[in-house]
Design a binder for this molecule. Structure first.
Ligand SMILES: O=C1O[C@H](COP(=O)(O)O)[C@@H](O)[C@H](O)[C@H]1O
Length: 245
């Protein structure tokens, strides 16, 4: 696991953009596509803006990129709470990605089980596999209580063994969401956590330096079997780490 602390969100976001460019180029050279799952929340907004601007935008062959979301709120895609909406406004609408490569989570469907299954099938089609898709990169955030994607403390989703995407009801509004499960996240080749803000400093210290309690701190459940995990923190989020790397 690699952990880097940055002075501010600007520096963190630039480093994250470099990391994504590098991972994308490597994936496209190796197997002709780059499969990327985005997070929601506010932390990646700066990063998404950078990826849509020079010098980053011209460093990736966007025609080969397939975009998914690691979690989505069950709202319409034009709702201010929609993870898709933020990424689309700030980044996707400005990049030459074929529309059929932008796999919006169908979280606005009323049957959430059917929506989770449909998203899983769409993913398998895009990856050309009937097995667990192995994302080139899943970018994640973390909440102040240690949740990641929409995997929240003490919820059954943490113990899900079969499904790859599932509906959840969580204690943070909006409550109804669809989320990647640990099974899908842990199949990825690369995981990139972006975490900023002093309100997350205790969770960061507990996840990275505390004992293993993934039921308490779901971000600890992220251990890809064949992949690598990178954490990018700002100074405030890293404030309670014993080791200031
Ligand atoms: O609810 C969510 O929260 C986390 C963290 O969001 P942030 O605003 O603190 O960056 C996010 O990673 C997740 O995708 C989102 O749905």
């Amino acid at each position: 696991m690699d952990v880097t602390i940055f002075s501010d969100t600007e520096q963190l976001s630039r480093s994250a953009a470099d990391y994504i460019v590098h991972t994308a180029r490597e994936a496209i050279a190796a197997h002709g596509q780059f499969t990327l799952a985005l997070s929601g929340g506010s932390t990646p907004k700066k990063l998404y803006g950078l990826l849509a601007s020079e010098p980053y935008r011209d460093q990736i062959d966007w025609s080969k990129v397939e975009i998914f979301w690691s979690d989505e709120r069950c709202v319409s895609p034009d709702d201010p709470e929609s993870n898709y909406r933020m990424a689309n406004e700030v980044m996707l609408s400005k990049l030459p990605i074929p529309a059929e490569h932008i796999h919006r989570t169908p979280a606005d469907q009323s049957d959430r089980d059917a929506a989770s299954l449909a998203y899983t099938q769409e993913m398998k089609r895009a990856f050309g596999t009937d097995d667990v898709p192995q994302f080139d990169l899943i970018q994640l955030g973390m909440g102040p209580e240690g949740h990641t994607a929409s995997l929240f403390p003490h919820q059954g989703s943490l113990r899900e063994q079969q499904r790859l995407v599932m509906p959840v009801s969580v204690p943070k509004p909006p409550p109804d969401r669809l989320t990647f499960t640990p099974r899908l996240i842990n199949a990825a080749s690369h995981i990139l956590f972006l975490v900023t803000g002093a309100e997350k400093d205790e969770a960061v210290a507990a996840v990275l330096e505390g004992e293993q309690q993934p039921d308490e701190y779901p971000a600890q459940i992220v251990h890809p079997s064949r992949g690598e995990v990178t954490w990018m923190l700002d100074k405030a989020a890293a404030g309670k780490l014993r080791k200031q790397k």
